[in-house]
Ligand binder design. Structure first.
Ligand code: JD8
Length: 283
């Protein structure tokens, strides 16, 4: 798969040299090209933004550099009639999901347009964008982080990228359920013991346990996922008690009093009265 990324912050995409995506590039499964939008800004200051028509805060990305960039990049496929799927991350886009990632993974050529400021002039999006996608209901400062998210989710699904394809098949969301808790050695950690069924070798029982936990967790944390029509029939959740009393320790969402009861995790930040989890929240 070829991927072109246009941005005014190419360095923001350097994580694509690492780990899974980095290996996919090294093995030629993924061919990533980063482009600095400013090379298509033809004024001495290489200006890519201007004031918004109608007034309002901030600046808008000018259409001319984007038009020139997309014209030049798409021309790379003209010889053999290839055209890329042009993706614009935006908070007003369609929700990006595992199913969406699976659809993009079937493409041969993707182009990501990373906006900044208040966004890209709408005429560029109307003319060039095949997809406007959002990675979540919160506001970022630009499209680069969303591009990293989408590209990692898509790359995982490319043949040969993830060692055993099996682990991609039963991904969270791919199965429509959240995954069950995972454990490794030691069998006992503090006063926490790995569920005996997982050490039983009884793979049928292990499969049932994981499914039960996946259903229970999904019912408790993401009931919206269960409302999906693609849920296989007969999945009785009658057993799952939404209040979560029968949930495994690691599945209970800590309520106020739960937090208090875990002194060992509390690291007093000097004089702040804050503990590490409060600090994390504060960051
Ligand atoms: C692209 C500019 C910033 C957004 C004024 C803050 C995606 N899930 C998502 N949240 N935010 C984005 C996103 C934000 C972007 C751009 C994506 C380009 N901004 C703008 C509108 C309000 N500033 C996103 N995917």
């Amino acid at each position: 798969m070829r991927v072109d990324i246009v941005t005014i912050f190419p360095a923001y995409l350097s994580p694509l040299e690492l780990s899974l995506v980095g290996r996919a590039r090294a093995r030629g499964i993924l061919d990533v090209h980063l482009h600095d939008l400013r090379q298509w800004a033809n004024d001495v200051h290489r200006t890519v933004d201007d004031a918004p028509y109608g007034g309002g805060p901030g600046m808008v990305m000018r259409p001319e550099p984007w038009w020139a960039a997309l014209t030049e990049i798409c021309a790379l496929g003209a010889a053999d009639g290839r055209r890329p799927r042009i993706i614009v991350p935006t908070p007003v886009g369609r929700s990006f999901t595992q199913a969406y990632a699976a659809g993009l993974a079937d493409e041969q050529w993707l182009v990501f347009c990373c906006g900044r400021y208040e966004g890209i002039d709408a005429r560029v999006i109307d003319e060039w964008a095949d997809d406007e996608i959002s990675i979540g209901d919160y506001v970022l400062a630009g499209g680069e982080v969303a591009t990293l998210v989408v590209l990692e989710a898509v790359t995982r699904l490319l043949p040969g990228v993830v060692g055993n394809a099996e682990s991609v098949v039963d991904d969270s969301f791919a199965s429509g359920l959240l995954e069950a808790p995972v454990y490794t050695r030691p069998p006992v950690w503090g006063d926490h013991e790995v569920p005996a069924v997982l050490r039983s070798g009884d793979h049928a029982a292990i499969g049932r346990w994981r499914r039960e936990e996946a259903l229970r967790r999904t019912a408790h944390r993401r009931p919206d996922l269960l409302g999906r029509p693609d849920r296989p029939a007969g999945d009785d959740l009658a057993g799952a008690d939404p209040a979560g009393d029968d949930l495994a320790e690691c599945d209970r969402v800590p309520t106020g009093d739960d937090r208090v009861s875990r002194p060992e995790h509390r690291v007093e930040h000097s004089g702040t009265g804050e503990t590490d989890s409060d600090a994390r929240v504060a960051q």
